[in-house]
Design a protein around this ligand. Structure first.
Ligand code: UDX
Length: 450
C-alpha cells in the first residue's frame, strides 16, 4: 500500500448491489494509492462496514417505507431517494468538511453514483470538486438520456429486430421491453442526471478501451470533462466483500466435484424478477440440457412466492440429480472455477465484465434497463455469447445450452471469448486498476489532489 496522501475522498453509492460493488472496488483502488476513504450510504441496503475496517462508513436516513423499498419501478425509487436524502446528505457533508478542515485530513473530492442527481447544489455551496461514477456501460450511459424521446417515436408494441439508429446495437423490440415499466418519473430524472454529469469535474466508468473504445471517445467529446475508467481488475480488487446478501459457500465444494468446463452457472443479479411459470421453464430447460448446473434464485425474486416453491416436487427431484439451487452465490469465485463452462445471465454490467475477465461464454437473457444493451454487445458485437431473444421457454434454454457446450457456434464463441479475455487482461495489467482514458495514465491521482 502507498503512503497516506493526507487526503480523504468521500464516496456515495446508490443503494443497489450492482452499484455498490463498483464503488467499493473504486474505494479499494484509491485506498491502495494512499487516499483515506469515507463512504456515505443510506440506511436502505447499507453496505457491511465490518467487511471494510480500513474505511469509514456514515449512514444517512432515507425515510423509505417497506412498500417503497419493494417497488419494481426503480426510477420512482431513485426519485424518492433523491428527494429524501438531500437534506441529511448536505448536513453530513458540511459537518465532515468542518471537522476535517486541516492539512492532515483534507477532503479532496466527492465521488457519487450518477443516480444521485441532487449533488451539484450541495457541492457547489461547499466548493467541493465532484466526480460521477456510472455503473452502466459507456454507450448505454451516453444514449439513455434520449429514451423519453425514443418512447414517443417508437411504436410501443414493436417486435421488430431493426436497430434503433440513435441507440445501437439496441433493437426496437429491446427498446419496447426496456421502456415497459418506466413512466412519468423517467424524463425529469434523466434530465437532472444529465445536468449533474455535465457540471461534474469528471466521469468514471467501469470499463476499458478494449470493451468500449468508441464510446469512451464519444463520452470525452460529449461531456468535455476528463473520463476515467476503473479497469476490471477483480483479482486485485474483488467485489465479493461488498455483498449485501449472504453468499452460499457450499457452491465451491459442489463445483469441485464437477468435470472441467461442464457446469452452466445461472444468475439474474440483484434486481430482476420473474414469475413462477418462468422459473419452472428455466428449471426444466436446465434439467433437460443434461449439463450440471448451479442456479441462483434470489429470495423474493419469484413473484408471489418466497423462494422456489413454484417448482413442483417431481421436477425438483429431477433438478437435484444434476443441479444445485442457492439463494446467492460467491459469483466471482464461481466464474473463476475450472468447472464452469457457461453463464446464463441477465447481463447486468458487473456480471458481463466479470464473465469476460474469467473468459466464460454467456447465454443472454436480459430482464430490465441497461441489460438489453449489454446483451446485444455480448451476442452481436463481441460475439462471445448466444441470445435467447427473450424466450423464457424450456426447449429454447435447453437447445441454447447444447449449442454453447457442443455446437460449432459454441466453439467459435469460446475462441472469441479467449481472445477478448486476453486483450482485457493485458490492458488491466498495464493500468493498475484505474486510468485516465485519454492518456491511459494515473492522472486521476493528480485530479484528486487539487
Ligand atoms: C443492475 C444493472 O443491471 C447493472 O447493469 C447496473 O450497472 C447496476 O444495476 P444487478 O442486477 O445487480 O445490476 O446486476 P450486476 O450488474 O450484474 O451486479 C450484480 C453483482 O452481484 C455482481 O458483481 C455479481 O458478482 C454479484 N452477485 C450476483 C453475486 O455476488 N452473487 C450472485 O449470486 C449474483
Amino acid at each position: 500500500m502507498e503512503k497516506s496522501s493526507g487526503l480523504r475522498v468521500i464516496l456515495f453509492p446508490l443503494p443497489i448491489q450492482g452499484c455498490i460493488n463498483p464503488m467499493i472496488q473504486l474505494a479499494k483502488i484509491l485506498h491502495s494509492r494512499g487516499f483515506s476513504i469515507t463512504v456515505i450510504h443510506t440506511h436502505f441496503n447499507a453496505p457491511k462496514a465490518s467487511s471494510h475496517p480500513l474505511f469509514t462508513f456514515l449512514e444517512i436516513p432515507d425515510g423509505l417505507s417497506e412498500t417503497e423499498k419493494r417497488t419494481d419501478d426503480k426510477t420512482f425509487l431513485f426519485t424518492l431517494l433523491n428527494q429524501r436524502c438531500e437534506a441529511p446528505f448536505r448536513d453530513f457533508l458540511a459537518k465532515l468538511l468542518v471537522s476535517s478542515d486541516s492539512e492532515t485530513q483534507r477532503i479532496s473530492c466527492l465521488i457519487h453514483d450518477s443516480g444521485w442527481t441532487f449533488t451539484p447544489s450541495v457541492t457547489k455551496g461547499l466548493k467541493l470538486p465532484r466526480l460521477v461514477l456510472s455503473t452502466y456501460t459507456v454507450s448505454f450511459f451516453l444514449n439513455h438520456f434520449s429514451l423519453p424521446k425514443l418512447r414517443r417515436e417508437v411504436s410501443q408494441d414493436s417486435e421488430q429486430d431493426d436497430l434503433v439508429q440513435e441507440f445501437p446495437p439496441l433493437r426496437e423490440k429491446d427498446l419496447v421491453r426496456l421502456l415497459k415499466e418506466k413512466r412519468e418519473y423517467l424524463e425529469p430524472y434523466l434530465n437532472m442526471m444529465l445536468e449533474a454529469t455535465k457540471s461534474s469535474s469528471g466521469i468514471i466508468f467501469m470499463s476499458c478501451e478494449e470493451l468500449n473504445q468508441d464510446s469512451l471517445r464519444k463520452a470525452r467529446e460529449d461531456f468535455k470533462v476528463p473520463i476515467y475508467a476503473i479497469e476490471p481488475s477483480f483479482s486485485n480488487f474483488p467485489a465479493s466483500s461488498s455483498s449485501l446478501f449472504t453468499q452460499d459457500e457450499t457452491c465451491i465444494p459442489w463445483l469441485d466435484k464437477q468435470e472441467d468446463k461442464s457446469v452452466i452457472y445461472v444468475s439474474f443479479g440483484s434486481l430482476a424478477t420473474m414469475t413462477g411459470p418462468e422459473l419452472i421453464e428455466i428449471a426444466c430447460g436446465l434439467r433437460n440440457s443434461g449439463q450440471p448446473f448451479l442456479l441462483v434464485v434470489r429470495v423474493g425474486s419469484v413473484k408471489g412466492t418466497e423462494w422456489i416453491e413454484a417448482i413442483p416436487e417431481e421436477l425438483m427431484a429431477k433438478v437435484n440429480e444434476k443441479g444445485k439451487i442457492v439463494k446467492w452465490a460467491p459469483q466471482q469465485e464461481v466464474l473463476k472455477h475450472r468447472a464452469v463452462g457457461g453463464f446464463l445471465t441477465h447481463n447486468g454490467w458487473n456480471s458481463v465484465v466479470e464473465s469476460v475477465c474469467e473468459g466464460v461464454p454467456m447465454i443472454c437473457l436480459p430482464f430490465i434497463w441497461d441489460q438489453f444493451l449489454n446483451a446485444r454487445l455480448v451476442s452481436g458485437v463481441w460475439r462471445v455469447g448466444l441470445h435467447l431473444e427473450h424466450r423464457i421457454e424450456s426447449n429454447e434454454i435447453e437447445s441454447s445450452i447444447r449449442s454453447l457446450f457442443y455446437g460449432d457456434e459454441g466453439d467459435a464463441i469460446r475462441e472469441r471469448m479467449r481472445l477478448l479475455k486476453e486483450k482485457v487482461g493485458r490492458s488491466v495489467k498495464e493500468n493498475d486498476g484505474l486510468s485516465d482514458t485519454e492518456t491511459r495514465s494515473h492522472d486521476i491521482n493528480l485530479m484528486l489532489t487539487i
